[in-house]
Write a protein that binds this ligand. Structure first.
Ligand SMILES: Nc1nc2c(ncn2[C@@H]2O[C@H](COP(=O)(O)OP(=O)(O)OP(=O)(O)O)[C@@H](O)[C@H]2O)c(=O)[nH]1
Ligand SMILES: [Mg+2]
Length: 432
């Protein structure tokens, strides 16, 4: 089964808890704090792998979890970090989180940390100060990043083959490359995309062969147009048309209109046209067919080829290579680092500013009001707080004071008994 989309649950490892412990020494009643820190949770890391070309494995393995960090221990022993989970995906895989792209694997061996492991909590050895000789505080480990990842595979190739079923797409690929796709004298022989590398002169082209299109493919006729995603990222399309066709101009227009209904960008992609199976036709007839295509595609290069007799094939590959290179040069020129895809300049705060920012919101419910505090840094501290100990909560209160949050809360009408909510935890502003 060929699968090019999948949803998987990814969970990075939780950080280990920090330990509360005191040194035991002979003749010393109570030694200093020696609780070690928890280890960091393992990351979930995706790696692009050349050998894969389907997402089928993810249909059966929908949960990807890295291991948690271990808790800290006495005598300042730090917990072991959790092991990262490495997940192989095919080159061309795109990963989305809540609909937004978070990774796009365009090269073999490219690695992206898709979910970060939680930090380990500090052990009580960290909290010793001149006024606090015997701290009973330790932090909890942070939860690992957890979400549902949407995977989509869009093969990356230089050239995409399009055309009717039986046009000779797979045969062309088999003649120019190392690929051995299935070939037969009936429509819809190809049911899944094939990739092959064609050598031409001193370079090479990666070519993707997909199932044939028919009139109405965009409405689901035949195998539909879902496979067009695999030629969406190619630099050039090679449109193959059977030279024996009775109405070659109509054939051309049908495929073009299916490409147009799929996407604006596919229809404007540079294309080269090749009439196939020409070894048995006389030159005059071939010329008539070429003229018929040129009448409807005046700007495209048109070739006559025969995969069976190996004629015209090299010329097509050479023309494809030139077009691919032109297209790449164009793309490099277009890329402007300060402009995002929609052409809007990107304005961003420094990551430190973003991390420190916080926001207060007053929520009214039946039992009174609750003040919700949000913000990257304060939420991170809250996640590491052990709400079951006062030392833990008091430390969080200290941090809120230092960040100016407590002041802002009182300005917003909070008193000592007001409930503060950060993440999923609630506690009174001042210890009651
Ligand atoms: N005479 C001749 N027959 C060819 C040539 N190229 C392909 N064919 C034949 O055309 C038929 C269809 O070829 P395929 O390569 O399977 O066609 P396709 O476009 O991949 O078809 P689908 O996978 O169904 O979309 C087969 O019987 C091939 O042998 C050629 O150059 N000359
Ligand atoms: Mg085929």
């Amino acid at each position: 089964m060929f699968v090019d989309t999948a949803k998987v649950f990814v969970q990075a490892g939780r950080g280990g808890d920090g330990a509360v412990s005191f040194r035991h020494e002979i003749y010393v009643d109570k030694g200093g704090p020696d609780g070690g820190d928890g280890g960091k949770g393992g990351d979930v890391i995706f790696v692009a792998s050349e050998g894969l070309n389907t997402l089928v494995d993810f249909r059966y393995k929908p949960e990807l979890k890295a291991t948690p960090g271990e808790a800290g221990a006495k005598r300042d022993r730090h917990g072991k970090s959790g092991k990262a989970l490495y997940v192989k995906v095919p080159v061309g895989t795109i990963i989305r989180r809540d609909g937004r792209i978070i990774a796009d694997f365009t090269e073999a061996n490219q690695e992206v940390v898709v979910a970060r492991g939680g930090d380990g909590g500090f052990g009580n050895a960290h909290f010793k100060s001149s006024v606090r000789q015997a701290p009973r505080i330790a932090e909890k480990g942070e939860p690992g990043d957890t979400f549902e990842a949407e995977l989509e595979l869009k093969l990356l190739a230089d050239v995409g083959l399009v055309g009717f079923p039986n046009a000779g797409k797979s045969t062309f690929l088999s003649v120019v490359s190392n690929a051995r796709p299935e070939i037969a004298d009936y429509a819809f022989t190809t049911l899944t995309p094939n990739l092959g590398v064609a050598d031409i002169d001193d370079g090479s082209l990666l070519i993707a062969d997909i199932p044939g299109l028919i009139k109405g493919a965009s409405e689901g006729k035949g195998l539909g147009d879902a496979f067009l995603r695999h030629v969406e990222r190619t630099a050039v399309l090679l449109h193959l048309i059977d030279a024996y066709s009775n109405d070659i101009a109509a054939d051309y227009k049908t495929i073009r209109s299916e490409l147009a209904s799929y996407s604006e960008s596919l229809i404007s992609r540079p294309e080269i046209i090749a009439l196939t199976k020409t070894e048995g036709l006389d030159a005059e007839l071939i010329q008539m067919q070429i003229d018929a295509v040129k009448a409807v595609a005046p700007d495209s290069q048109v070739f006559a080829i025969s995969s069976a007799a190996h004629t015209g094939v090299k010329e097509v590959l050479r023309a494809l290579r030139t077009k691919v290179e032109e297209n790449r040069a164009l793309k490099i020129e277009e890329a402007d680092p300060d402009v995002d895809f929609d052409g809007l300049p990107i304005i961003s705060l420094s990551s430190e500013q973003v991390a420190k920012a916080w926001h207060i919101e007053k929520l009214e419910n039946e039992e009174g009001s609750v003040f919700r505090v949000t913000g990257h840094k304060i939420e991170k501290f809250a996640r590491r707080t052990r709400f079951d100990t006062h030392e833990g909560v008091n430390r969080l209160r200290d941090i809120m004071k230092k960040m100016g949050i407590t002041y802002a809360l009182t300005r917003a009408g909070a008193d000592g008994a007001s409930l503060i909510r950060i993440g999923n935890d609630e506690f009174p502003l001042i210890e009651q």
